[in-house]
Design a binder for this molecule. Sequence first.
Ligand code: AHR
Length: 673
Amino acid sequence: MKRLLMKHYFLGLTLILGLFSCKTEKKDSVEDSTVANRDLVVDLGKTGIKIQPTMYGIFFEDINFAADGGLYAELTKNRSFEFTLPKTGWVEPNSDRHSYNAESGILNIVKYAGETNNHNYARVTVNNDEGYVLINEGFRGMGVKEGAQYDFSIDVARHSGDIQKINLQVVDSLDQVLGETSISPDSDSWKTYESSFTVSTSEMKAKVKITFEGTGEIDLDMISLFPQDTWKGRKKGLRKDLVQLLDDLDPGFLRFPGGCIVEGRTLARRYQWKKTVGDVEDREILVNRWNTEFGHRPTPDYYQSFGLGFFEYFQLSEDMGAEPLPILGCGIACQFNTGELVPLDELDPYVQDALDLIEFANGDTNTAWGKVRADMGHPEPFNMKYIGIGNEQWGPAYIERYAIFEKALKEQYPEIIIVSGSGPFPDGDYFEYGWEQLKEMNAEIVDEHYYRPPQWFRDNATRYDSYDRNGPKVFAGEYAAQSVAIASPDNENNWDCALSEAAFMTGLERNAEVVHLTSYAPLMAHADAWQWTPDMIWFNNLESYGTANYQVQKVYATNAGTDLLEISEDGKSLTGQDGLYASAVKDANTGELILKIANTESHPQALKLTTHNGNLGETGTMLTLQSNNLQAVNSFESPDLISPKESTFEASAEVIEVTVEPYSMNVLKIKIQ
Ligand code: AHR
């Protein structure tokens, strides 16, 4: 079965989709009859366990066009002609080399001399200045907005002849011009030209059209187009609406850059952070591992430009007040693919990468890597506290390598907290073995992943109740309820999944003593270019929305509290008895009691909440996420279909009486007197 499951993840899906079919077992209709008299008790006096500020965070991976074509706001695809087929994304409508029709002109790829990270540039021969056209199709088109300003930049070297102007137009599908500008190349050496312009009309699938005035040969590279209105107005920065959705989560940490992308399908294609910092044009492009991973969603034009690289991840973490949590490869390529291993006596460069990363993030500006950070505009340290070693590795090969990393890291940086992994599954041999070994090694935090049916989440609200309070802490690093099967293309971000996660999360919170970090995965998906579903945030070239799952994460993260309290019924935690799940925290900063209550039943439930050891204010607020339809989803058309509705409730000194709706997730907040 395990072998089948592995195959399911990354090779053919068909057989396994059947085996793992996990369609909801819950009813879709609601009942009117309220189940009354649920007597719950909240003890305001019993504190001592802290909710870690890292409790609710973000998992970011460049999957589903989350970076290039997504968060990274560059609109030009393959701007530097570095893809395996270097003309990918570029079209020459008037020049067909197959029919020997290059009368108007032609583009050829030329290699730079010597050792470079940017290997190619384009040499354009213009024979007829009215006829030659070069088009970039963008990432499934380019999203441009009415009245918004755009920055065009291009590296140019004149080669021969007399080309006086390069014109850039943003056009729609009917070739109507939505905005335009031009630059006048004046040098035979490489020089960067920049120009800005305004777009007149919004368009989701615009293209860039480049034409030339004059004839001759001209060399082009780094042909780039960015909106000016980026996150924090940073030039060539990140897409504002997407970062806003992340920032609204008030995340405790940002895990990056993944996920399996860390490991690579082969070692040669692993993620190497050093190649993602420094000047953008010198960051060596790499094929994205999700490119052709899934036969059912091939995306051959998916590459990593690393315009969103490690510096930008650290900066983004800082912007959001989130702890940066980089995950590095440990000398094992993805075990679902090749499982290629670096011999133990050749692991040094990999370990050095980890040590150097700490220096890059935290080192003084007179250290080699601290200087790289400073030169990129951030002399202050990023104060990184966590580092992850390995993603979904398993077996002795991982433990042996992890031990080598741990020794070297702790010798030099004892204060850095190391995150280790327990493999891809939440149970079974790999998981048991990993945990056993890591426990023996006194590992600090162990990452667990679970992509399971909604029912599993409802059944597992007690998962951490039995975890050793003195053992390693838990990072629930990747989880999401799968409505059909793991990574099935038919999975939906429906309310059944989100509500089941909400119920499960009460269990994460109740166990804050052992669970220190949690994150839903994957984070983002382009509606026209995804590989994996479900995902927390969906976007197209102009719009974005948070799914029901996003809304659940948001109500938890923005109401995390600081201290765990006990909530019970008949002396027992609420872990699904008659569909009721609950957790309670205090927020020492606001002086509030915060209750999270999920009702997964099809009928309302009337609750009488009595507090012990403390009194309450007179009025509280209640946020409710609810739908009578478990199949309901948010969408571009109805982005807020499932989103929190706020109401108020009255309380006497020690008693709150509220009714929670069927299929609802509720957050109640009230001052403690
Ligand atoms: O979240 C998608 C993938 O799922 C991650 O890359 C990997 O860690 C897991 O298998």
